[in-house]
Design a protein around this ligand. Sequence first.
Ligand SMILES: C[S@@+](CC[C@H](N)C(=O)[O-])C[C@H]1O[C@@H](n2cnc3c(N)ncnc32)[C@H](O)[C@@H]1O
Length: 227
Amino acid sequence: MGRSRVKGSLKRAVYDHPGEILTDSGQMRQRRGRWAEAFGEAAPLHLEVGMGRGRFLAELAARDEPVNYVGVEIKPDRCVTAREKIRRRARRPFVVLNAAVEILPQLFLPGEVQRIYLNFPDPWPSYVYRGRRLFNTAFLRLYQGLLPVGGELWFRSDQAACYEELLASLPPRLRVEEHGCDFHAGGHEFTIFQTEYERRYRAAGATIHHARLVKTGSGILEIRAGC
Ligand SMILES: C[S@@+](CC[C@H](N)C(=O)[O-])C[C@H]1O[C@@H](n2cnc3c(N)ncnc32)[C@H](O)[C@@H]1O
């Protein structure tokens, strides 16, 4: 799709579906600390960073669990597709933010996000682009700051190197609760919720590495990735 068509469809989506997709960071900032009010319902807030085309959140929001959902994605066309996909099935409040993960501390108060999903956050496999990897030390610190004590970060990737890098880069207050190199072998109830990239990689024969991290009240921990 050309840039002007993408812009046009994004503008239309924002206009036609107020509150379901936001592009204006000023409007997003106004909701900081007041997301429950914006959703019209106080419920734990679960956020997917780099959500892509929204398959995963569409499946989660189709359940009747008391959760409010936020998806963050930097690419406008993906946001438009994600909003449509989630809306088709949603039984829960949701919003899609067309924003960079880097500005999340301006959009959410510390502790305002109960759970963060970080699914296949490796669009920049080259070492040269490590600053852009959504799981590098700086990003992990950022996520840590958004979570309350007891809040969780759920990670999945097909890349063993990403998984190892994540576990080696943890800030002091993110503790590993569970982790492994074959998520789908473990009988985990969450394996039914799959992302677009996950389906693609699994179809090509990849196994999925995963980790669930919990924010603790104080630091400490050492963890080895080896499987
Ligand atoms: C490899 S895709 C994974 C998409 C989805 N999570 C999945 O598993 O199917 C990574 C996504 O992160 C988005 N992304 C990359 N850097 C970002 C950033 N700084 N802020 C927000 N989104 C970003 C990309 O546009 C892309 O859609």
